[in-house]
Design a protein around this ligand. Structure first.
Ligand SMILES: [Zn+2]
Ligand SMILES: [Zn+2]
Length: 279
């Protein structure tokens, strides 16, 4: 069992460094292991958010990439100039990232758990229009988190890993009525709604109704569309759907990549996540 120098059990700390259709990055920390999960926010924002957690790129243990879309790996090249971090991703994701030196990468396989220090990670396949996209389930001695950022529909595996997590980060991309009334061309609306696209607020609420149990402590709604959603719409849809079932949970929509860091700690009670706007 890993203990800190003070003899206390370390806590699992999960931070959002920004989330939305244009940029996503998360940090998972347990003791001295620090994993960056996606790096799709601008490098200046990313470095400022890491500094807020007292971390430089050289302090990271690894970078995990969920899929090759730009909003998940925008700062990868610049990060690798500042450190020689291992990049872990599925074979398809690595193949989909241009100019990536394969010597820097390690292939991870869907549903095959691996360890980075004291954190066990399982890549979980998701339905999305990328080569081999995955979400992640991360488990430590102190707690667990599941993160599913981009998925057009969900599978039994997605439900199963989400149900095991203390903390759940799940996509709530668009408000159906805003998408319908919005200016996007028909083909783009079709792509967003498709099985390879994104979860709507209603889809997300249905997902939560299927999995939320005593185990689920806090829920963050991620990857909100800037044009087709509002944080209050996303939160209200999921909160009301759960309330109809007599379930009350802390649910909050994640801020976009505007220099806001939102942090969850396994040692804290629900509703106590910290949020700091850096600039
Ligand atoms: Zn994507
Ligand atoms: Zn995305």
């Amino acid at each position: 069992m890993s203990r800190s120098s003070t003899g206390e059990m370390p806590e699992l700390v999960v931070s959002s460094l920004g989330s939305g259709s244009n940029g996503n990055a998360f940090l998972i920390e347990f003791d001295t292991t620090r994993i960056l999960l996606d790096c799709g926010v601008p490098i200046r924002t990313l470095l400022a958010c890491l500094a807020h957690r007292f971390i430089t790129p050289a302090d990271l243990s690894a970078i995990l990439i969920s899929h090759e879309h730009i909003d998940h790996m925008r700062s990868l090249t610049q990060l690798l100039k500042r450190s020689d971090l291992p990049v872990l991703a599925t074979y398809g994701t690595i193949a989909g990232i241009e100019h990536l030196d394969r010597a820097e990468t390690s292939v991870v396989k869907p549903l095959e758990a691996f360890e980075i220090g004291p954190i066990e990670i399982t890549p979980v396949p998701v339905s999305h229009d990328a080569r081999e996209p995955v979400g992640f389930f991360a488990r430590s001695m102190a707690g667990s988190v599941a993160l599913f950022t981009d998925l057009g529909e969900y599978s039994d595996d997605n439900l199963e890993f989400a149900a095991r997590a203390d903390h759940l980060v799940i996509e709530s991309n668009y408000d159906e009525s805003m998408l319908r009334a919005g200016r996007y061309p028909a083909h783009l609306k079709r792509r967003i709604r498709s099985a390879d696209g994104h979860l709507s607020n209603d889809d997300c609420a249905t997902f939560l109704c299927e999995i939320v149990s005593q185990k689920t402590r806090d829920i963050w709604l991620c990857h909100l569309s800037e044009n087709n959603n509002r944080p209050e719409n996303a939160e209200r849809t999921s909160v009301e759907a759960l309330q109809k079932r007599g379930v009350h949970r802390s649910i909050s929509a994640l801020p976009r990549y505007d220099g806001t860091v939102k942090t969850w700690r396994s040692s804290q009670q629900s509703h106590q996540t910290e949020q700091t706007r850096l600039f």
